[in-house]
Design a protein around this ligand. Structure first.
Ligand SMILES: CC(C)(COP(=O)(O)OP(=O)(O)OC[C@H]1O[C@@H](n2cnc3c(N)ncnc32)[C@H](O)[C@@H]1OP(=O)(O)O)[C@@H](O)C(=O)NCCC(=O)NCCS
Length: 169
């Protein structure tokens, strides 16, 4: 099912036949550098795909969606919305991952903007965040470009993170 479209991208539910493309992305060390819990095996990748193929399992209106280049149908990555509970507060994160072959063309920003608009307008969410490794300059810039500002730094079992956030208005 198609979730949303932007000028160059289609975001749709993941399908099990996305497995090889997604596994190839996760095999790239530059892509997984700031995603320490990304799947490492084909089986883990299949589990993640299955978990997201009808939307997020516990909040089906959210999820990681296959991100497809309209021009030629290339599977570029997975972008979307993920639910978290942080310090007892329900949050929704804008998540993005784009194939290295297509970095630097504004595609993550385009996806994140379209996801932001979908979250606020279609889903009626009031607040969005990005959870970012402090060294991940590209993601910080994407968060800023869609209108988020730095809110606070934190640390969990996977290491330090920054929270960027924005409210609906
Ligand atoms: C971070 C990522 C999504 C950026 O994708 P992208 O399509 O290249 O991003 P864009 O082309 O939209 O660029 C957005 C901005 O970030 C900047 N940027 C991108 N990568 C950067 C980097 N490594 N260092 C500094 N700035 C960077 C761009 O210059 C641009 O800013 P500008 O318009 O002011 O020049 C991509 O590198 C990626 O998928 N990384 C691996 C997955 C990941 O880390 N996801 C985020 C987890 S929180």
């Amino acid at each position: 099912m198609i979730i949303l479209e932007s000028e160059r991208l289609i975001l749709r539910h993941q399908r099990l036949d996305d497995l090889e493309a997604l596994f190839a992305l996760y095999a790239d060390p530059d892509l997984r550098r700031y995603i320490p819990d990304a799947p490492t095996t084909l089986e883990e990748t299949r589990e993640e795909l299955a978990w997201h193929q009808h939307g997020h399992a516990t909040r089906p209106e959210l999820g990681l969606w296959a991100t497809i280049l309209k021009a030629d149908g290339t599977y570029l990555g997975r972008c979307g919305l993920l639910p978290w509970t942080l310090d007892g507060r329900e949050e929704v994160e804008v998540a993005f991952l784009i194939a290295k072959s297509h970095w630097g063309r504004g595609l993550a920003t385009e996806a994140a903007r379209a996801i932001r608009d979908y979250a606020f307008t279609t889903l009626g969410l009031q607040r969005l965040i990005c959870l970012i490794d402090p060294a991940n300059r590209g993601s910080i810039r994407v968060a800023e470009k869609i209108g988020m500002t730095f809110e606070r730094a934190g640390e969990d079992e996977m290491g330090p993170f920054l929270i960027y956030a924005m409210a609906r208005n």
